[in-house]
Design a protein around this ligand. Structure first.
Ligand code: PEP
Length: 237
């Protein structure tokens, strides 16, 4: 199972280091086999010496190694910190930062060429959800166009846009239905994301075809994130 923390624009270098070190300490102490992912802000990336089941990845990058892209971060800079996992297609990049599908596919292909793990996010806005499951799936499959579903290191996160950072979670039935439809074509780990909290993570992890969660807001507190890892670990025992 994968339990991933997206820090978005939160935490500093110092608090990220403390967070990573506490998660690492916990994972080592219990011999956790849960795959933990932590995506801090780029300025907090570092060469962390951590358990093999934990990766500190990048929330974003520009599809280049180096070059003239003022303000962007390329792969040479990520590789300096041994980054081996990246987020691509997160809804805040698509909808808030207006990243188009062409750039998203370019980023995916670049990361794929570099051989890193790609946590690829898809999900529908509220009006699409209100139009029903067929509309949701048409929208979501469209977000996969140009994306190699056979990429060995692909992880997919289904994150309804209206559930991200809003406190609203999709119903267990809705999550189950979408994951089942994704599973028909995708043989890679499938995560759910969208207001996952300590009080719903266990039920979400129990949903058929759910291989983990991508957590924003609730993951920013170390204790909560560790509790989520513990919940996932207990399911594996
Ligand atoms: C996310 O950032 O991917 C996310 C799911 O955020 P939140 O848990 O805050 O909804």
């Amino acid at each position: 199972m994968i339990i991933a923390a997206n820090f978005k624009t939160n935490h500093t270098r110092k608090s990220t280091r403390e967070f990573v070190s506490r998660v690492d300490e916990y994972a080592k102490k219990i011999g956790s086999s849960v795959e933990a992912r932590i995506y801090p802000v780029a300025t907090a990336l570092d060469n962390f010496e951590i358990d093999e089941h934990i990766k500190v990845g990048a929330q974003n990058f520009y599809p280049t190694c180096t070059g003239s892209f003022t303000g962007e971060i390329g792969f040479e800079q990520l590789q300096e910190f041994g980054v081996d996992s990246v987020l691509v297609g997160h809804s805040e990049r698509r909808h808030v930062l207006k990243e188009g599908s062409e750039l998203i596919v370019e980023k995916f292909n670049f990361a794929k060429e570099k051989g890193v793990e790609i946590l690829y996010c898809v999900g529908e806005p509220k009006e699409v959800r209100e139009a029903g499951i067929d509309a949701v799936m048409t929208y979501v499959w469209e977000q996969f166009s140009g994306i190699d579903l056979e990429y060995e290191r692909l992880v997919v996160a289904y994150e309804p846009v209206w559930a991200i950072g809003t406190g609203l979670t999709a119903s267990y039935e809705d999550i189950k239905e979408v994951l089942e439809k994704l599973r028909a074509k995708i043989r890679k780990p499938l995560l759910y994301g969208g207001s996952v909290k300590l009080d719903n993570v266990s039920e979400i992890l129990d949903i058929e075809n759910c291989d983990g969660v991508l957590v924003g807001t609730a993951s920013w507190k170390t204790e909560t994130f560790i509790e989520m890892i513990k919940t996932a670990q207990n399911k594996g025992d």
